[in-house]
Design a protein around this ligand. Structure first.
Ligand code: NAD
Length: 491
């Protein structure tokens, strides 16, 4: 079958929400048109869920959660680990959906699915770690804690890793004994809706609902009084709106995985070629076109190696294969939405206006000038004004800003001089220096002589405007439980 025929086969269908274990249209009957950033064409008509759908999902989730928490933890873990096999078996279809719907390269989406498979298995296996502890507070009594689920959890996710987030982010709350209501991004909802169909038969009815829709559906999750725990991934503005909305209704436990303007610091003694390769990997041009919260979008170079590193970085960036995300050989596809494309273009203009030197990129890629897709060339600016907007604001696109410094103190000051604090990287063979600098950085996730990679089981999350909470680890699993303390009076 040709690629086009395969695409037609997976797109030629009706799309439904998954609510209470059943496929349904939105209660309001409303739909929204889903446009591909690759072709510019409408590829699907998707139910536009809202507060009513969220409420129906919650009403189904409450009894499902009550029954699910009574299932032994390791059995819950086995069910969730079992989802990994379903996901892996449908990887081709799901990766293709994300490619056409989100503009992400199909090969990269396969890698994302591998990560989600690994994550489902990780959390499935961690079920036995849902343990409390005993506290020797008195000699005569027994004081112990047990971990209980919240009940119904809301999960709201962004567009940059659609199927990976949809699959991986339901794992911890489910294993912890909760029901989950997942709201996929309105600009790339298809893979999550398909996943809902695939997972429905493997989970008790009502335990998982997928409510596609716009911000209204997200707001309804934030405001629903029976949803006491929300895990959000997206922008800081939306994260704060969710905190505000939730607080108006009741007291909720809200964790936030937000944006970043992350620094990669290269010391004078770092190897310029390794730094250049790491700078390019750290930007996540490949797979995400830079649309990644953890991207090290500020390259802070000691002045003695700056010219060399910049030259090498530009050469690697120019070698990235940009093109149709549907082609297996493509490394970088389109931006995910027209808004994201326009925003990136605005920042290219801001960089020029602020006096930064354009080293490579700066517009549409050569050969794709008039293609319908939302393509932007990997772009490197140097001598970026550290006080300017390009240096401080998250672009969430393929734009890397290089700056230089003279002293270690200056490097740390520059790195910390933004409102965000998600990731950071330090390059130096001097391990004492590496630890000293890493210790001084305001970031939740730091690489020493590395960048870009996440490691399943290792906590990921930010400080400052980058959020609260840690995911991808035991910390995430435990965050979907609340402690109950029991005091057994034996005296
Ligand atoms: P966004 O905040 O616009 O949207 C994210 C989700 O929130 C979408 O599903 C959206 O429909 C929903 N939403 C929008 N308004 C809402 C509201 N008022 N109440 C409830 N839900 C609402 O973010 P985006 O543009 O889709 O994603 C890009 C952002 O996500 C970037 O800032 C990026 O850094 C961040 N991000 C962070 C991580 C991380 O792990 N820290 C990972 C990926 C992306």
């Amino acid at each position: 079958m040709t690629e086009k025929a395969r695409l037609n086969a997976i797109l030629d269908r009706e799309w439904t929400l998954l609510i209470g274990g059943r496929a349904r249209p939105a209660a309001s009957g409303r739909t929204q048109e889903d446009e591909s950033p690759v072709t510019g064409e409408v590829i699907a008509t998707v139910p536009d869920g809202d507060a009513e759908d969220v409420d129906v999902a919650v009403q189904a989730a409450l009894p499902a959660a009550a029954a699910w928490r009574a299932v032994p933890a390791r059995e819950r873990g086995a069910v969730v680990a079992g989802l990994a096999g379903i996901l892996a078996r449908h990887a081709d279809e799901l990766a293709l959906l994300d490619a056409i719907d989100g503009g992400h390269p199909v090969t990269g989406m396969h890698a994302d699915i591998d990560i989600a498979v690994d994550t489902l298995r990780l959390f499935g296996g961690l079920a036995i770690e849902l343990a409390g502890r005993t506290i020797p507070a008195t000699a005569e009594n027994l004081h112990l804690t047990v971990r209980e689920p919240f009940g119904v959890v809301g999960r709201i996710i962004p567009f940059n890793h659609p199927v990976m987030f949809a699959a991986a982010k339901i794992a911890a709350p489910l294993v912890a004994g909760n029901a989950v209501i997942l709201k996929p991004p309105e600009v790339a909802p298809l893979s999550a809706l398909r996943l809902g169909e695939l997972f429905a038969g493997a989970l008790p009815e009502g335990l998982l609902s997928i409510v596609a829709g716009g911000p209204g559906a997200g707001r309804a999750i934030a405001r629903h009084p029976a949803i006491r725990r929300i895990g959000f991934i997206g922008s800081d503005a939306t994260g704060r709106a969710i905190q505000r909305a939730a607080a108006e209704v009741c007291v909720k436990d809200v964790t936030l995985e937000l944006g970043g303007k992350n620094a990669l610091i290269a010391m004078a003694d770092a190897d310029p070629e390794q730094v250049a390769e790491s700078a390019v990997a750290g930007m996540n041009f490949v797979k995400s076109a830079g649309q990644s919260c953890g991207s090290t979008s500020r390259l802070l170079l000691h002045e003695s190696i700056a010219d060399d590193v910049i030259q090498r970085t530009a050469a690697h960036m120019e070698a990235i294969r940009v093109g149709s995300p549907l082609e297996p050989g493509t490394e970088m596809g389109t931006l995910a939405t027209r808004a994201q494309y326009d925003k990136t273009m605005r920042y290219l203009a801001i960089g020029r206006d602020e006096g930064a030197g354009l080293v490579t990129g700066g517009g549409r890629p050569a050969g794709l000038e008039s293609a319908p897709g939302l393509y932007v060339a990997p772009t490197l600016f140097r001598d970026v004004d550290s006080g300017g907007r390009l240096a401080r604001e998250e672009v969430f696109g393929p734009v890397l800003s290089a700056m230089t410094w003279k002293t270690e103190e200056e490097a740390v000051r520059l790195a910390n001089a933004v409102d965000f604090g998600l990731t950071a990287a330090v390059w130096t063979p001097d391990i004492n220096r590496a630890f000293r600098v890493a210790g001084a950085l305001e970031a939740g996730f730091v690489w020493i002589n590395g960048s870009a990679r996440h490691f399943t089981g290792v906590p990921f999350g930010g400080v400052k405007l980058s959020g609260i909470g840690r995911e991808e680890s035991l910390d995430e699993l435990l965050s979907y439980t609340q402690l109950k303390t029991l005091n057994v009076m034996l005296g």
